[in-house]
Design a protein around this ligand. Structure first.
Ligand SMILES: Nc1ncnc2c1ncn2[C@@H]1O[C@H](COP(=O)(O)OP(=O)(O)O)[C@@H](O)[C@H]1O
Ligand SMILES: [Mg+2]
Length: 239
């Protein structure tokens, strides 16, 4: 059975979707499962299967917890049906619940020969720092391989703290990329997928020589760095 890599962190805005996009670039044609409140990985089009979260609170209460338990059934079925290495972008506030549900299924996952990897994102934000070690521990009985990306979006985390969170997982870092607004706009419109084909002459036409080449450089660097940060996880996924 193919390997499945879950990209997790309950805190939003830490780079889960960026890491997913980088993995999608690194692992040619790998299908992507997106678990989120709304679709974001639009540029990946048909590669993505989207599962909306969460079952609304009223429905969960009315069902006495049944709706909450069933919330991930579709996602888990999609994982079971995977025939290729698959990337799962787990949206904000969902990672702990999904990993907990999967922990109850370890026997079934073993029986089905489904191999799970977990990639945790952490930033210097208190919320992300608090969640990361818990997620790493939840992943431990479940995952054949664990990875941690320190995303320096909000500054560096002390090396000691990272080592403690990682608990033996493979650690990489992603520097904060301060980009031109025009580069951010390209990124928002097309993710990382359109960057290799960017025409520098067109960017220079549009923004002038200086800004156009900065926009080009910003995007190329972000894509290369994001792909470097996910490389160990990408190698495990196809390995
Ligand atoms: N290291 C970084 N440097 C610059 N921008 C980043 C970096 N990491 C993430 N971003 C940007 O921050 C925003 C939030 O990241 P995203 O991947 O959507 O987070 P999440 O999926 O965890 O909510 C996106 O616009 C993303 O491109
Ligand atoms: Mg996201």
């Amino acid at each position: 059975m193919p390997r499945i890599l879950l990209v997790v962190q309950d805190k939003g805005g830490v780079g889960k979707s960026l890491a997913t996009r980088a993995l999608a670039e690194a692992v040619f044609e790998a299908p992507v499962i997106e678990v989120d409140a709304s679709r974001r990985l639009l540029e990946l089009e048909k590669r993505v299967t989207f599962f909306p979260m969460r079952a609304d609170r009223a429905a969960i209460d009315l069902s006495g917890g049944k709706a909450a338990r069933a919330e991930f059934d579709g996602v888990i079925t999609a994982m079971q049906k995977a025939t290729m290495p698959t990337i799962v972008d787990v949206g904000a506030n969902t990672s702990t619940s999904l990993l907990s549900v999967l922990n109850q299924l370890t026997n079934a996952l073993v029986a089905m020969k489904i191999e799970i990897g977990v990639l945790v994102l952490v930033t210097a934000e208190p919320g992300a720092l608090a969640e990361a070690p818990r997620l790493m521990q939840l992943a431990k009985p479940l995952a054949a391989a664990r990875f941690l990306i320190e995303n320096r979006l909000h500054g560096e985390v002390e090396a000691k703290a990272i080592a403690k969170i990682a608990d033996g997982a493979t650690v990489t870092t992603l520097d904060h990329h301060s980009m031109e607004d025009q580069a951010v706009a390209v990124l928002q419109a097309g993710g990382l997928a359109t960057i290799p084909d960017l025409d520098i002459a067109k960017l220079i036409d549009r923004h002038g020589l200086a800004l156009g080449s900065r926009v080009h450089g910003d995007l190329k660097r972000l894509r290369a760095d994001a792909m470097a940060a996910v490389l160990p996880a990408a190698e495990w996924l196809v390995g």
